[in-house]
Every structure is written in C-alpha cells, then in structure tokens.
Design a protein. Sequence first.
Lengths: 114, 113
Amino acid sequence: DQQVKQNSPSLSVQEGRISILNCDYTNSMFDYFLWYKKYPAEGPTFLISISSIKDKNEDGRFTVFLNKSAKHLSLHIVPSQPGDSAVYFCAASAGYNQGGKLIFGQGTELSVKP
Amino acid sequence: DTEVTQTPKHLVMGMTNKKSLKCEQHMGHRAMYWYKQKAKKPPELMFVYSYEKLSINESVPSRFSPECPNSSLLNLHLHALQPEDSALYLCASSQGTGGAEQYFGPGTRLTVT
C-alpha cells in the first residue's frame, strides 16, 4: 500500500530549462508535504514544504504546487542547474495524527545536462 | 544552523558484535528519529522520540535498541544483527512532531558481515 507515489523514476532536463517533479498521494489525512533532495551516500536535504491550507509555496528557484482535489503535488525548479542532479523524494505527513511520521515516495532521479 | 551529526560515518560489524550509532543535534529540536535506507529505496521510519520519550516504534526487531539520553542525543544500539540489516542509517530531528520539517544527518553506512 503505497500512500505516496512518484511514478517517474528518472527525469532528464537541459540546463536552464524547467524541471517538474510529480508526486501523488492517496491518504486524505495528509496535511503537510515536503520535498527532499538526496545525493548518494548522504542524508536527505530538506528543500521546501507546503501545508494543505496552501496551494503554492515558493523559495528561490523552487516552487511547490499542491492540488488537494487531485491529491497531487509537484516541484518546479527554474532554471535547472547541473548541481540540481540528485534523487528527489516527496514526503507526506498527517502531523499530530501520526506523531510526525513521514511517508516517502520512491524518489525521482533528476539529471540536469549542461 | 540545521546540522545533525552522526557517528561513525561507516561501520562494519560481525553478527555477534555489539555496537552503537550516535546522533546529535543542537537546534533545540524536541523530536528525533531513526530511519533505515536501502539502496534505491526511500527512507523507512524505525523510531520516533518526542520530548525524550519513545513515541513510535515501527515494529522494529529487538536487535535494534534506541536510546535518548537527553534532548540533544539519540543512540541506536545494535546487537546480533543480520547481513540484511546492512543499510544507511539516518537520524533526523524536528521542532515537534506535528507538521514540522525534519532535518537529516549524513547517515551511518552499516555493513554486517
């Protein structure tokens, strides 16, 4: 039972263009969503989050969009840079209801080509 | 400062050994977590400590024993592990357990021989 799904295992984008990473979820109790970036043999690095009361959150080159009715969120990176190449994990939390437990998607490996 | 530190970086142990993983944060966070990550897979939650008390145990085998000596430290004691326990063990912390960002350490790469 995969409550958080990232259906694209990999994505390749040209430097300077937009990268769009997608994530779907099934549990309507999720109220907080996060994106993490992970390099090999390192811990995940927090990128950006969004609460379920918002539909958009922006931080520099990173924007997360949330569509609650479709149970879908996406991460936009503009412009993409070679240093953005990493595995991106979407995660969801039901907050106090689940004691802070994060449910992670399977990850999307982004490759930004110069 | 969003740093979580973990020691050791790498650990090789036999199935009869006893070892411990250590995690430290100085961000004043009151929740700390242990995750296990296998290659090409997402992190899987093992334990959650909230205000130094164990609040979640995700049915982890007893050969893994967590300990939270104080609000800044989290240990994971290992005993009689199996080769399939080889993985990257990640520690994380957050301000609380409700809708807060979790900050991860670099992990300990554990190999059980």
